[in-house]
Design a binder for this molecule. Structure first.
Ligand code: CTP
Ligand code: CA
Length: 226
């Protein structure tokens, strides 16, 4: 609305957001995926939009309706997500990678449904490309925000990701904690930045968490300018 058009703190900025899981094909009926619902990423798209940003949302398969006014690119596999996000990387001012990208995909895929056999079935997996790490290496003006989904040593692992992927900020969450994680409507997040800032939040709805993350990204950008 007009109010946000005037006061939006991300007016004129392009925010590239990834959301949801990826699906890695085995054959025409089977795939590997994960529990990501996409809720966090879609809420981030809405929060960025309400600050006046131009929002590009690269989404894996979810059951969600994208917010009106967002440029949505639907993808299925980690490879498709890589291609779509890298395609828009140069125009982005801020990149927020909330997608749960598959780390591995089947090395071999089948054109026809694989019939069951009497013995076990071993599937060899190969690594996918780390999209965020690739962006960290190619980064120019972009502010890079990653997520860290951990089940132990949350802060330590999140900081390792922040530095090894050359990020500006990372949103850490413990997926085993009650009220946090992939599927629910709430999350418990800790924000860490490359200058040592740490901010812990209580249980928040994913919409509230998204508003906080966008506000923290804006304050980070303001701090960099001083
Ligand atoms: N990520 C990515 N491309 C991948 C894997 C992860 O861009 N192929 C991004 C995620 O979107 C997230 C961040 O990297 O923003 C961290 O993802 P996470 O799964 O927590 O960490 P990984 O680096 O994949 O390490 P691990 O799964 O072993 O903890
Ligand atoms: Ca991973």
């Amino acid at each position: 609305n007009d109010h946000f058009q005037v006061t939006g703190q991300l007016q004129g900025k392009t925010v590239l957001i990834t959301a949801g899981p990826t699906q890695e094909r085995i054959d025409p009926v089977r795939y590997f995926t994960n529990h990501s619902s996409g809720k966090m990423g879609y809420a981030l798209a809405e929060a960025a939009l309400s600050q006046g940003a131009n929002v590009i949302l690269v989404s894996g398969p979810t059951a969600l309706q994208p917010p009106h006014g967002v440029h949505v690119i639907n993808v299925v596999s980690a490879k498709e997500m890589f291609d779509a996000t890298m395609h828009h990387f140069d125009t982005a001012n801020i990149v927020i990678k909330s997608a749960a990208v598959a780390d591995y995909r089947p090395k071999e895929t089948f054109d026809h449904k694989r019939k069951k056999q009497s013995g076990p079935w071993a599937i060899e997996m190969e690594r996918t490309t780390d999209i965020l790490k690739t962006m960290g290496e190619a980064k120019k003006q972009q502010i890079l925000v990653g997520f860290a989904a951990e089940s132990e040593n949350v802060e330590q692992y999140a900081l390792q990701k922040l530095h090894s992927k050359n990020l500006d900020l990372i949103v850490a969450n413990n997926i085993l904690q009650e009220g946090a994680g992939f599927k629910g409507d709430t999350n418990i997040i800790t924000l860490l930045d490359k200058d040592g800032m740490k901010k812990e939040y209580p249980v928040l709805s994913k919409k509230e968490a998204a508003t906080c993350i966008i506000a923290d990204v804006i304050s980070y950008i303001e701090r960099q300018q001083h």
